[in-house]
Design a binder for this molecule. Structure first.
Ligand code: TA6
Length: 309
């Protein structure tokens, strides 16, 4: 069973415009509202693939209630901690073939709410074998919060997948999560180096390997696939050729693929295949964090993973 953690969830609002005119009134007739935030995108994709999953994190206010209702309507188990603050909105404006995102910072989590989460996490974690934490940290949680969660998971022999960026990633690495999947921009910022090629990705992974003991390090290269490291070997994952419609949420779907394969105890090649295939399944959809279940098997079959010499 998989537990997903979304500490800063969001009601994602996607506005589709033919074109965006700044400093003018732009009327929009195509609006999609979803229970978002990276962890909830991961959750939705895991559920779509037919796997059991439970979502946790913080929810508050009317936006928090909206998310709770959406999870209930989609039969997704959840155990969120209620907070005084209001869960945020994140806006994605699709215009002129581009995507402009406005991400609210979100509510401030109190010391008491943070402690309540940790206490609840320590209890429920025993029911799961794979833990997935995705997305930014809300105001009020220090940058080592994921580190705390990973240490608790490691002490209990649970596999912890961490997908975040910036200081939260830098601090989380210190607890040696089971799998990380930064994209090349996130890793470039973390290591203060340019990552444009497969060789650059390999060197960046080597740098991380020297400092941390992480089972799977994967660097996603967007439509080019991903470079992965596991068990002393480098791999290149290549997805089937598709017409990408909306890449937003593909990283979240990739994480969902990894979590499902790890939860099923598949071998490393299959784990890397699932991640790459799921990321590509999302990219062909207009909706963020969505895949078509009936395409899963064919995309996995068409995804290639080979050892990089
Ligand atoms: O990648 C898209 C997305 O997951 C949106 O759903 C939106 O909620 C945003 O990212 C949240 O990102 P953050 O890093 O703030 O958790």
């Amino acid at each position: 069973m998989i537990l997903t953690i979304t500490l800063n969830p969001s009601v994602d609002i996607s506005y589709k415009l033919d074109s965006l005119h700044l400093n003018e009134v732009n009327r929009c007739y195509r609006v999609i509202k979803t229970a978002g935030g990276k962890g909830l995108n991961v959750t939705r994709v895991i559920r779509l693939a037919g796997e059991n999953v439970c979502a946790t994190g913080f929810l508050g206010g009317t936006t928090g209630k909206f998310i709770e209702n959406v999870l209930n309507e989609n039969n997704i188990n959840h155990q969120f901690i209620s907070i005084q603050g209001e869960t945020r909105h994140c806006i994605a404006i699709l215009h002129n073939g581009k995507q402009t995102e406005i991400l609210e910072a979100g509510p401030c989590i109190t010391e008491e709410e943070s402690s309540t989460f940790i206490e609840n996490y320590k209890i429920i974690i025993d029911n799961f074998d794979v833990i997935v934490a995705s997305g930014s940290l809300p105001i009020g949680l220090d940058s080592s919060f994921y580190q705390k969660l990973i240490n608790i998971a490691n002490e209990k022999g649970k596999k912890f997948i961490l997908d975040t960026s910036g200081e939260a990633l830098a601090e989380g690495l210190k607890a040696n999560p089971y799998l990380i999947k930064p994209n090349k921009d996130e890793l470039s910022k973390l290591l203060n180096t340019e990552i444009t090629s497969i060789q650059d990705a390999k060197e960046a992974i080597n740098h991380l390997k020297k400092q941390f003991d992480i089972e799977y390090i994967i660097v996603s290269l967007g439509e080019k696939g991903a470079v992965g490291f596991h068990g002393g070997k480098f791999y290149i994952s290549t997805p089937p050729k598709v017409r990408a419609v909306n890449p937003v949420g593909s990283g979240d779907s990739m994480i969902a693929g990894f979590a499902i394969a790890i939860s099923r105890n598949l071998d490393p090649i299959e784990i890397l295949k699932y991640g790459c295939a799921f990321g590509t399944l999302n990219a062909i959809e207009e909706k963020t964090g969505y895949i078509q279940p009936k395409l899963i098997n064919s995309f996995i079959t068409k995804t290639e993973v080979s050892v990089l010499t």
